[in-house]
Design a protein around this ligand. Sequence first.
Ligand code: ZN
Length: 457
Amino acid sequence: MKICRLLFCAALAAQPVLGASFRDPNPEITAIVSEISPARIEHTIHRLVAFGTRNTLSDTVSDTRGIGAARRWIKGRLDDCARESGGRLQVAFDPHHVESGPRIPRPTDIVNVVATLPGDQPESRDRIYVVSGHYDSIVSDPTNAEKDAPGADDDGSGTAVSMELACVMARHHFDATLVFMTVAGEEQGLYGSTGFAEDARKKGLDIEGMITNDIVGSSTGPDGRVDQGRVRLFAQGVPAEKSLPDDVLAALRTGGENDLPTRQLARAIARAASIYVPGLRVQTIWRLDRYLRGGDHFPFLKNGYPAVRFTEPVEDFHHQHQDVRVENGVQYGDLPQFVDFGYVAQVARVNAAALASLALAPAAPREVQIEALRLENDTTLRWAANREPDVAGYRIVWRDTTAPDWQHARDVGDVTRFTLAGVAKDNYVFGVEAYDRDGNVSPATYPRPYFPPRLAR
Ligand SMILES: [Zn+2]
């Protein structure tokens, strides 16, 4: 049945638009998406709020109030899910000691809760996708550890998404490894995510994608208008650094500034969302983050990993980083009454679809090159064969240089070199994707130029 899908696709290969067969839902992913529970997400957010404050500097001893109680509860809930799913989910605290900082007045242990679901396929297990939310919260003064800081939306919502995904996805099997993370210290300066990302870089971990869900809880803007049909996805292009790595410079020389791995990750996420969660449009924004704001994707990007951020469509700043109070008849504070639990569930479904698609698919092809050996009006691409045993073939995608997303695709079968006759490489942006026997498709890889040896640089 699944192979027929691919053969059908091969018949469509000459079609100028994306073959419909690659958009057929994978029943496994449809099942995962359907298991996301708004009721469980609602319960999680209320439970997190009930700890009073989750400020990173707050009490760590109490069992009922403060960040220590919150993280022990998160770990306990994830341990339950690990047990219910046969014990494959590995749950652990991930502590990082910080001596001092602008928002860290005294030595503080920043403790992430990390749940890892190892991949089943040996050739894919070292490839990792991370999803994260921050469980710490603040009021108007970031160092006030006493006042109630409910943090229902910022970022109880993202924490609930990570936990829900861990519990649902641990009941399923993937080729690659998934890490479901809730981090602390975000509001003090991204300390938890920085600790994790720096450790990952030191260990040489192959993180092929990181998603942070931060403020994904409200569908209502400050003017009262409701938009339940959209979520923003922030995806950086070229990093704003004075010196750039060679692979980035190589892409820039041929107009590949919109095709670095973070933008390819964003395209893959938006594609999965459009197939499995058609009711929630992913509005991809080609920008690191909103003005004046930051998030846990920053340290991953800084350490060379593709990383993106989900955030609700229109933020109401009365409900972020505010003391809980009523002023001139306006309720301030990040209270659960302003969270739309059904909307959070939709965001969780998009994450589930994207992560499942990525972790079931082969890795994006490596050593992808576009031959620039002579003046010609054809395009020849070459790449290294993927090492996964279930890879069934490759697909070349392309688009106008001014278009944001792929417009054309050709399934070229299980080869490592292909010529698109009559398609001039000078006029389009190309990518190569790998697909497996079940039709799961990897993100695209942008080709580096392959020059004649005398021009090689
Ligand atoms: Zn936040």
